[in-house]
Design a protein around this ligand. Structure first.
Ligand SMILES: O=C(O)CCC(=O)C(=O)O
Length: 503
């Protein structure tokens, strides 16, 4: 995962999972899958609707299933790759990712197949980010952005060059990549709303009903006095931040440059602005929001400047977001939407979301699919599960409470600006200490450079600032554990007695 907050997540490219059959049962002559998708959508709610003004699939690439309806039965993908045809598309693209722009350009002239692979936009995105860092003027396509930066006098011959159609090229991988960049969220993915919403509850009620039992909740009406709610428009932010650069994936970018990109982007995983130092960089932003009353206890504060990263400004276009992860260092979090809206899907700590594969030591999480592909391929799996995920749409002015250990995925339904903070309170202090003490803390702990010593430093600072607190919490936890064991054994014996009586 490119964002620093989500170091637990190593995002891997999807395995090419077969595209839903319905996409491929089409007339052989239909070379433009998107037209067919639009027609199918009307009558079959299992189809996908494309965003308006979706360009046809890059260079006319079709899903592999279409090959079976092709009169020629030739896949130009293979004939044009020679001996390399045995490689999977992913592997081939990984190899092409080692080439520089000139070699890619040359390769694109070799065969139709190489033309398609060497023009694959994510390869050019990597080249742009690698070479130009955040200093690029995105013009809608990564390749032409790259070329414009290095050869300003060169002009693409317009749409023709960037969208040359190749007949009889079939690839699920490339087709899926285009589909994911252009598909609309289905209404049924947005419908489920089973989160508890509260307004104006007391801090005590929040603690007993949600924080203590570690349950998510959506808090309404607690941002009313934030100046940010009134002020943080695009124009205002661009003006107050001036030339300051923010963290966007692997690079730093000026806000203006980022908005230029996000206005034109159409990709499966849009770059996301996620900056942990925004308040230090632009102190006025710090003055325009306030920690909601429920989250004022902030025990990592005892570490002063040595505390791990804990607050972020988040900005992203529709379709951007965070794929499944658990928040760092066993902290809980709140996420306040200032403009826009976000769809949330959350699973409790004991339920691993479908399609997600954490390593046994928890140091890595492989989530092979993008957010949108997760909805396409895994969302429906949870329909029959007893433990359903918690879902909702969090709108401007609302705050999500994300309890520690919960898996969550978030997708922006429109351009959104949000603030999130991760925190430690007495309710999760023991969890956090236990997490920091793990033998593989070096891999697990994030948001700080001194990962190994964080446990000792934090424990010592808490003991200094709040003497006796850790002991007291440990005693309480021990009592709660004993009470739970007694409750379980009472029911076990009651069940055993009932069993005896029934004979
Ligand atoms: O994209 C978002 O707003 C969610 C961020 C998130 O999940 C996180 O900060 O842990």
């Amino acid at each position: 995962m490119p964002r620093c907050k989500n170091l637990l997540l190593t995002s891997k490219r999807r395995k090419s999972k077969s595209i839903k059959q319905k996409l491929i049962h089409r007339e052989p002559e239909s070379l433009f899958p998107e037209r067919v998708l639009k027609e199918e959508e009307e009558e079959d709610e299992g189809g996908f609707k494309l965003k308006i003004e979706t360009p046809s699939c890059e260079h006319g690439v079709q899903p592999l299933g279409n090959l079976y309806f092709s009169p020629s039965s030739v896949n130009v993908r293979n004939t044009g790759l020679g001996n390399l045809q045995i490689l999977t598309d992913e592997l081939l693209l990984d190899i092409l990712g080692l080439l520089d722009a000139t070699d890619l350009g040359i390769l694109a002239t070799v065969t139709k197949s190489f033309y398609i692979f060497a023009n694959h936009e994510p390869l050019w995105r990597n080249l742009v980010l690698d070479k130009l860092k955040g200093e690029f003027l995105f013009n809608g396509l990564w390749k032409s952005t790259y070329v414009a930066a290095y050869h300003p006098k060169f002009h693409f011959s317009g749409a023709d060059e960037s969208n040359l159609k190749i007949r009889d090229f079939y690839s699920d991988y490339l087709f899926q990549s285009w589909l994911c960049a252009n598909v609309e969220m289905k209404p049924k993915w947005l419908q489920r709303d089973n989160i508890i919403r509260v307004r104006g509850i007391s801090v005590e009620e929040f603690i007993t009903k949600f924080e203590e039992p570690n349950k998510p909740v959506l808090l309404e009406g607690c941002l009313n006095d934030w100046p940010a709610i009134e002020k943080w428009s695009r124009d205002y932010l661009t003006k107050v931040v001036g030339g300051v650069e923010f963290a966007v994936g692997p690079v730093d970018m000026k806000l203006e440059t980022y908005f230029r990109y996000s206005d034109r982007v159409r990709e499966e995983r849009p770059l996301y602005l996620f900056d942990p130092k925004f308040a230090e960089k632009v102190p006025i932003l710090d003055l325009e929001y306030d920690v909601p009353v429920y989250f004022r206890e902030d025990l990592f504060g005892v570490l002063g400047k040595e505390r791990p990263d804990y607050r972020w400004i988040i900005i992203g276009p529709s379709g951007s977001g965070s794929s499944f992860h658990i928040d760092p260092n066993s902290t809980s979090a709140w996420n306040a939407v200032i403009t826009g809206s976000k769809k949330w899907v959350l699973f409790p700590p004991d339920v691993i979301p479908p399609g997600v594969h954490p390593s046994p030591d928890g140091a890595e999480v492989a989530c092979p699919v993008s957010i949108i592909e997760w909805f396409m391929n895994f969302y429906d799996d949870t329909k029959s599960w007893k433990k359903k995920p918690i879902e909702c749409i969090c709108k401007a002015g609302e705050v999500m409470f994300v309890p520690n250990g919960w898996w969550h995925l978030v997708i922006n339904l429109e351009e959104s600006i949000a603030i999130t903070q991760n925190y430690v309170s007495r309710r999760n202090l023991l969890n956090v200490l236990e997490f920091l003490k793990k033998p593989n803390a070096k891999e697990l702990v994030s948001g700080t450079t001194d990962r190994v010593n964080l446990h000792e430093k934090f424990k010592k600072a808490i003991e200094g600032a709040y003497p006796g607190t850790i002991k007291e919490l440990e005693k309480k936890a021990e009592e709660a554990k004993r009470a739970e064991e007694q409750r379980v054994s009472f029911w076990d014996s009651a069940k055993a007695d009932a069993f005896k009586f029934s004979f």
